[in-house]
Design a protein. Structure first.
Length: 399
């Protein structure tokens, strides 16, 4: 089992906090494994096993506890002394009115540390943030990044064959156990179907799955490009599926709440303002992109741009696309008060490409670090702009 230190290192300081710990991420990205590893660390610290309770609400033996009143009673009966108790509730969105029981337990039991996971961002943002109002801390969990993928698979990190396998099939942990493409596809289809049935149809009530798939396929085709509602409506009209702008945004909202895609806003580099128009979408996992478009060959630059975006997310950056008076910068990334600018390309094939990628920073007048990330092995750094090899970056080289 791969120890997901990237996340554990952020959560450890909260093990004994009375804040509710929320782990949220797309289905099968490894949230339950992280809970298991937290429980292992607590036991290693000497916590009595009777003071650790794990409930997975996707298991039939806990179906009765999906009644929030029964769950509340069950947990209260479990706490019998003044030592700290550690409660782990996996896939909490399966409990009706779950926010009520979480808040009730937090208020009524002083010696309890609560950890919860969920696969729907709406459930873990709207309801809980209202009820808990600042009494929780959340952690976004993502599929394996490249370093984790190579550690778990045992593949050689510096080989381009390994890199392209990761780009093609993504980082959902369980897909690594399969080597045949048909098996990988079958597994990824099963994950996608569970997302659709549970988080889209079951939770959000959207039942036109063919329309849902068409919209997703359009987003896959246009990864990293400015989103236009008019363009996607025109595309759907050509497919014989007319719909209103309002309905379109309902489906887009469902895609983001199920964490299949992530929306990225533009940032005006000169005006220092976040722009709410012409945003972009990136895939949470490129394996899903691979199975949802049967004609998907993968635009190399856009695919690796998505990989860089996902890597920045796992490193804790807040990410925007940059707008300048000359054009755009692929990513403006902020973390701990530090800003970096990033351009992503497949290869710096000739002087024209080099001029385009490095020239994207021409209108940037501040002194924040600037990077061009490509698969080239030669160093093309110039004019204070750092050129970085893609695999070196994904392997852990810091910006």
């Amino acid at each position: 089992m791969l120890k997901r230190e990237l996340y554990l290192s952020r959560i450890r300081g909260f093990y004994d906090s009375n804040l509710v710990k929320i782990l949220v991420g797309i289905r099968r990205c490894g949230k339950s494994v992280i809970l298991s590893q937290i429980m292992d660390e607590l036991r290693e610290k000497g916590v009595n096993g009777n003071h650790i309770l794990y409930i997975n609400f996707e298991l039939i033996e806990y179906e009765e506890l999906q009644d929030y009143k029964k769950l509340n009673r069950y947990v209260k009966e479990w706490v019998v002394d003044s030592d700290t108790y550690y409660l782990f509730l996996d896939e909490i969105q399966n409990v009706d009115a779950f926010e009520k029981v979480i808040n009730s337990l937090r208020v009524s039991i002083n010696n309890i540390s609560i950890f919860i996971t969920g696969s729907n961002s709406k459930l873990l943002s709207d309801e809980l943030s209202t009820v808990l109002s600042g009494r929780y801390v959340s952690f976004q969990i993502y599929p394996l990044n490249y370093r984790e993928y190579t550690e778990l698979s045992g593949k050689e990190r510096d080989k381009e064959e390994t890199f392209w396998d990761y780009v093609k099939w993504g980082g959902l942990p369980n897909r690594i156990q399969f080597t045949e493409e048909n098996n990988i596809k079958d597994y990824l289809h099963s994950v996608f179907d569970s997302i659709i049935l549970r988080d889209v149809v079951g939770r959000l009530g959207l039942k036109d799955l063919s329309l849902f798939n068409l919209i997703l396929q359009y987003l896959i085709d246009t990864i990293g490009r400015e989103f236009s509602a008019a363009n996607i409506i025109a595309f759907l009209n050509r497919e014989g599926r007319g719909l209103s702008t309002g309905t379109l945004y309902t489906y887009l909202d469902a895609l983001t709440k199920a964490m299949i895609v992530k929306k990225v806003y533009r940032y005006d580099v000169h005006g220092r303002a976040i722009l709410k128009t012409l945003n972009k979408y990136y895939m949470t996992d490129l394996g899903i992109a691979q199975i949802k478009n049967h004609n998907y060959e993968g635009n190399c630059t856009l695919a690796i741009e998505n990989v860089v975006y996902n890597e920045l997310l796992t490193r804790g950056y807040e990410i925007y696309t940059g707008k300048t008076t000359k054009g755009e910068i692929d990513f403006v990334a902020n973390r701990d008060g530090k800003t970096v600018y990033i351009q992503v390309a497949y290869l710096l094939a000739d002087d024209k490409v080099i001029s385009r990628e490095f020239g994207a920073f021409d209108m940037v007048r501040d002194h924040y670090p600037k990077y061009v990330i490509t698969l080239d092995k030669s160093d093309f750094s110039r004019g204070g702009i750092v050129h970085m090899n893609m695999i070196d970056f994904l392997s852990g080289e810091e910006l």
